[in-house]
Design a protein around this ligand. Structure first.
Ligand SMILES: Nc1ncnc2c1ncn2[C@@H]1O[C@H](COP(=O)(O)OP(=O)(O)OP(=O)(O)O)[C@@H](O)[C@H]1O
Length: 307
């Protein structure tokens, strides 16, 4: 049995589709990532799966329970960490946790072993108001609150947005540990580097799921030559590379531009010559291995068919 099964689910707001005919199956014990830009429909899909929103069409089950018909039973079985701050800022760390435990008819003591490792980092601040915690600490507390009733499936909607890089890495280490204890986890993120830490990922854009695979399979599918290019005048560089006959796509990537080649062999030397002919200065060109972000860009912007 799939841990999460989504079959042709659609949801619109005032006639505008937010989730469009999405089907997806997530296996028990998977750490599954939903990757997509703002507005892709990730939050809407999460809300449907945790029974906070009704789908317009299609059906979905979580651990075999229907998200519409069995919503009451399901709420006990899922843990949900919403994207926006979900804690009570005026309650202390300990009071927040006790509150969530009580809502689910349990106590902190009963399930303390589940959160012990994470909560031990919060314990020195247990009397501090949640609103006064750092971003990383808030996120750890929200995770404890989502786990305190011993859910079978954990839903985390952009848990690391706005959190510093070190806390993000720590958070993913915690997710992997929880997952190794058998917790199925669906996590959404706009950060491509985090996608690589999932067992499988689904790309989502404008309500549609574009591809589902393990991260390594996704990047292996990227077959076009890829170059990182940099020069003194970035603005002119991107304009002129986009006009070049050999260019399929060109987009900003950190301090460089990533350039994919239309077809046929173009060497870094030929690209360099094209830029020298246009008086570019301080040119750097190197072939690079595609990452998940490159694959995502290729999926989002498929090349126009040649006419
Ligand atoms: N309550 C609502 N009323 C109207 N439109 C909405 C509502 N909630 C979401 N939308 C729209 O539906 C689309 C999908 O939104 P959703 O929040 O599910 O995407 P997302 O991938 O989670 O993005 P974000 O990270 O910005 O939350 C967006 O175009 C959004 O503007």
């Amino acid at each position: 049995m799939d841990a999460i099964l989504i079959e042709n689910v659609s949801k619109s707001y005032g006639g505008v589709p937010a989730v469009a005919d999405v089907s997806l199956a997530i296996r028990p014990g998977e750490l599954f990532g939903l990757i997509g830009p703002d507005g892709a429909g990730k939050t809407t899909l999460f809300k449907i799966l945790v029974t906070l929103l009704l789908p317009d069409q299609g059906r979905a089950t979580v651990v075999g329970r229907d998200v519409v018909r069995d919503y009451k039973a399901l709420r006990q079985l899922v843990g949900y960490m919403p994207g926006r701050f979900s804690l009570y800022p005026d309650l202390s760390v300990q009071e927040n946790l006790a509150f969530f435990a009580t809502v689910f008819g349990t106590t902190i003591r009963q399930n303390y072993h589940l959160i012990q490792e994470i909560y031990s980092q919060l314990e020195p601040f247990k009397n501090r108001r949640a609103g006064q915690l750092s971003g990383g600490m808030k996120q750890k507390l929200a995770l404890c609150c989502a786990l305190i009733h011993k859910p079978e499936v954990l839903f985390l909607d952009e848990p690391t947005t706005g959190v510093d890089a070190v806390s993000r890495r720590e958070f993913w280490d915690m997710l992997r540990q929880l997952n190794q204890r058998g917790l199925t986890t669906l996590v959404s993120t706009p950060y491509m580097d985090e996608a690589g830490r999932c067992d499988r990922i689904a790309f989502m854009q404008t309500g549609n799921v574009l591809a589902v695979d393990p991260p390594s399979v996704i990047t292996n599918r990227f077959r076009k030559p890829l170059f990182a290019v940099r020069a003194a005048d970035t603005y002119r560089l991107i304009q002129e590379l986009r006009q070049a006959p050999f260019t399929e796509s060109c987009y900003a990537f950190g301090e460089f531009l990533h350039l994919t080649i239309r077809s046929g062999a173009v060497t870094d030397h030929q690209i360099g010559q094209y830029l020298l002919d246009r008086d570019h200065q301080a040119i750097e060109i190197q072939p690079v291995q595609p990452g998940i972000e490159d694959t995502f860009m290729a999926l989002m912007n498929p090349p126009e068919p040649a006419v």
